[in-house]
Design a protein around this ligand. Structure first.
Ligand code: BTN
Length: 263
């Protein structure tokens, strides 16, 4: 990757136009996970913790997030006050912000709850948000984001993964992308909820699709039409008996049922 496209704090902050996200950035060569690093540093609203590599990157539903050099792995630390009383809604807000940022360079959509996928259904980015309680105040949301920028994650184990670079056949300017992520996420945080939910639905390929929902704990599942999303980020799926089943992102993964695609 050329040096000018590689993330650096100074090159990003030189062009950053945000109110609070990214005003303070910590950059590490190698960490176990940015979630672990967040436990060792003083947290503040808008702090970003970035790592070149993670040795124990965490994914949704207990999965591993492969975090080799060439991708962007970072945590946005956001005060829970921005989301109260609906902390769960932070997932929807941040997924939309990140989708809008990636879309500036590479066509993409959201796969519920917060994967960003290319037009051909390959995963470009994963997001995992955790609540961090702190003493007496409302605490923080740690929004962990892994973007496949200039790496090539597609392999036998990860056939449905791709990177932005492999999708558009051009190196990605990580400083421009980071600014877009910070600015777009911040904008979404400051926008009213009904507008965010509407836009999320427009960008979400899962809604109005036939899906198979699989419970992570048991491996059991059911098939149905995803008919909508609720304000807590759960989705409603109409099964073959026309019952409407609400599933939560913390317990279920969904897959499209047509074709050989990840979505
Ligand atoms: C998913 O399973 O799709 C969510 C992946 C989230 C990966 C990011 S990389 C930065 C942050 N630190 C982690 O250990 N995981 C998240």
């Amino acid at each position: 990757m050329s040096e000018k496209n590689r993330f650096s704090i100074s090159d990003t902050q030189k062009i950053l136009n945000s109110k609070f996200i990214g005003k303070k950035i910590l950059h590490f060569d190698k960490v176990t996970s940015t979630f672990d690093k967040a436990k060792e540093v003083e947290l503040s609203d808008g702090l970003v913790i970035v790592a070149k590599e993670q040795t124990e990157g965490k994914g949704r539903l207990g999965r591993v997030w492969k975090s080799e050099m060439g991708g962007l792995y970072f945590s946005l630390i956001i005060s829970a006050n921005h989301f109260l009383p609906d902390l769960q809604f932070s997932t929807i807000v941040c997924a939309l912000g990140v989708q809008k940022a990636i879309e500036k360079t590479c066509n993409c959509m959201i796969k519920w709850p917060n994967d960003i996928v290319s037009k051909d259904g390959k995963k470009l980015c994963g997001i995992l948000a955790k609540t961090v309680f702190s003493g007496t105040d409302a605490g923080f949301i740690n929004v962990g984001i892994g973007i496949n920028t200039n790496n090539s994650p597609c392999s036998k184990d990860l056939p449905y993964a791709s990177s932005m670079k492999d999708t558009i056949s051009k190196e990605i300017d990580e400083n421009r992308l980071m600014c877009d992520v910070f600015e777009q996420t911040e904008k979404c945080i400051l926008t009213e909820k009904s507008k965010i939910l509407k836009e999320y639905c427009e960008k979400c390929i899962t809604i109005n699709s036939f899906v198979r929902a699989i419970y992570a704990k048991t491996g059991e599942g059911f098939t149905g039409l995803c008919i909508g999303i609720n304000e807590d980020g759960s989705v409603n799926i109409k099964n073959e008996n026309s019952d409407i089943i609400t599933v939560n992102s913390g317990e279920v993964s969904v897959r499209g049922i047509y074709g050989e695609s990840y979505v």
